[in-house]
Design a protein around this ligand. Structure first.
Ligand SMILES: [Zn+2]
Ligand SMILES: [Zn+2]
Length: 157
């Protein structure tokens, strides 16, 4: 077991997109670092899961450029580099004081440690998880249910 505390190293506090048009600096380490297997993350990343960590929005400074955002559902928006498409951020519209940062956009994603799997009901069956981390269903998340309810009807998923 490694003893990395998520982002104690200053190198874990900077990141950006693939082309360099968007760069950010975090004033504190990411929390709740997790895999998300939901269908929206699968599409947004063009992959079978995403990875995000969470941080207060006020603790994120975009030091070069800024993500372009789009509503990925009635209750959330995602930010990405308008030049190269790298997925960068995720925010619940009813909880804009926090923001998710894509772990792969960190300069040193190797310095943080994932804590759990989320949206596990959408996980592709051929992906075998052997890491013993907790596996949480999005549908069983009371906070998500509340955020969807606040957003009102006609959400995509
Ligand atoms: Zn870019
Ligand atoms: Zn997701």
């Amino acid at each position: 077991m490694t003893t990395v505390a998520n982002g104690d190293d200053a190198a874990a506090l900077t990141g950006g997109c693939q082309c360099g048009a968007v760069r950010y600096r975090l004033a504190q380490p990411l929390a709740r670092i997790h895999y998300c297997h939901c269908r929206m993350c699968q599409r947004a990343f063009g992959n079978v899961f995403s990875m995000f960590g969470s941080i207060p929005r006020a603790e994120v400074e975009f030091i070069k450029g800024a993500p372009k955002t789009y509503r990925s559902s009635t209750f959330a928006e995602r930010g990405f580099c308008a030049e190269c498409g790298t997925p960068l951020t995720f925010q619940y519209l009813a909880r804009l004081e926090r923001i998710g940062i894509s772990v792969g956009s960190l300069d040193r994603p190797d310095l943080v440690q994932p804590e759990y799997h989320y949206g596990i009901e959408s996980k592709v069956p051929w992906l075998v998880l052997a890491d013993h981390l907790p596996q949480r269903r999005a549908a069983a998340d009371p906070m998500l249910a509340e955020l969807i309810a606040k957003a009102g009807p006609t959400q995509k998923s």
